[in-house]
Write a protein that binds this ligand. Structure first.
Ligand code: SAH
Length: 328
């Protein structure tokens, strides 16, 4: 037994390491004929040689690449240094741009979404409450007014034409001596764009020239105004009382100009019938002079105050549906 074991271990030691490895890794080889096994080991050797050659090549290639990267880094450093030298204290603009551009655009997007949401909320509020409630709403937090107007300007920038510009043009085509009351003036663009004396009225005054009040109850004298303007401002649920106030402050034959969102006057889409609205305004003491439906986004109605209002019948006002903006 001992003799047999010694013989076996001598046999194992006698074989080359690759032979032993082959036996372990490719047991099938053992079953192949000896010439094939010889050929296989030849092929294996060639493969091994090729593999080591390839690995050497790869190493050389990697080394070359490393050298290239290092030199690029070095040259970058050189550029940065020379830029720093020439721009002195300024930080490298490319670094600032890269690190700040993405987050800031993301922040900008988030901010825009938030302010868009705030705008839509305030807008809805103004269309669904009375003028008095709207006044209190802004009194509680006047910063909401700026928020509203940022969103409003953003929406208006999408309109091909601004109704306030049409009204401006109308005023320029008439005498600059006409005294104007701009009901719901916003940022008082109308007053800034014409030579006329303009009383600008809104719920909040961010400018000394703007009178802050609910436009159903202004401090303007009766029969003191030549032109009353409502440019996209018939927002409150009590809009007839705004028009009543405009009638009060207007002189005889004074003008009433109304620009309103077209969809509010589209009976096929839940909007008011423009004729019944016009009729109600006439019942208040006006004569309809002209209507302009040519613009895609808004309508323009021109009235004149009757010298005397003989009508005593009760006025039936059509409902003016709120103008709500969609989320974008
Ligand atoms: N006429 C301006 C702004 C239109 S936005 C323009 O065309 O650019 C409508 C404006 O009407 C808002 O500024 C809003 O605050 C104002 N408004 C709405 N209800 C009001 C009320 N009851 N009294 C005074 N202003 C009012």
């Amino acid at each position: 037994m001992f003799f047999f074991l010694t013989l076996l271990s001598l046999y194992r030691i006698g074989r080359t390491a690759p032979e032993r490895r082959r036996e372990h890794v490719t047991p099938t080889c053992r079953r192949l004929p000896p010439d094939l096994v010889a050929n296989t080991s030849k092929v294996e050797r060639t493969m091994n040689q090729e593999a080591s050659l390839n690995s050497r090549k790869r190493k050389r290639r990697n080394n070359r690449r490393k050298t290239e990267i290092t030199s690029t880094k070095l040259s970058n450093t050189t550029v940065t240094h020379s830029a720093n030298l020439s721009v002195k204290q300024l930080p490298s603009t490319s670094t600032v741009f890269k690190s700040s551009s993405k987050p800031s655009s993301f922040l900008e997007k988030m901010k825009a979404k938030l302010s868009g949401g705030h705008f839509r909320m305030i807008n809805e509020k103004l269309y669904t409450c009375s003028g008095g409630e709207a006044l209190n709403y802004f009194k509680e937090d006047p910063s909401l007014f700026n928020m509203y107007h940022t969103g409003y300007q953003e929406q208006m920038s999408r309109w091909p034409e601004q109704p306030v510009n049409i009204i401006m043009k109308w005023l320029k085509d008439h005498s600059s001596s006409l005294v104007v009351a701009d009901f719901g003036c916003g940022d008082a663009r109308l007053a800034k764009g014409v030579k006329n004396k303009v009383f600008s009225i809104d719920l909040v005054s961010n400018d000394p020239s703007v009178i802050a009040c609910d436009m159903s109850n202004t401090p303007l004298d009766s029969s003191s105004i030549d032109v009353s303007v409502f440019c996209l401002s018939l927002m409150g649920t009590n809009f007839p009382s705004f028009l009543q106030e405009a009638h009060r402050v207007l002189k005889q034959n004074g003008w009433l100009l109304i620009a309103e969102v077209k969809s509010r006057f589209d009976p096929n889409n839940g909007g008011a019938d423009p004729d019944s609205f016009s009729e109600a305004v006439c019942d208040l003491g006006f004569t309809s002079v002209s209507k302009d439906f040519s613009n895609k986004m808004f309508i323009l109605l021109y009235f004149k105050k009757k010298p005397k209002n003989n009508s005593s019948r009760e006025i039936t006002w059509p409902e003016l549906k709120p103008c709500l903006y969609k989320r974008r």
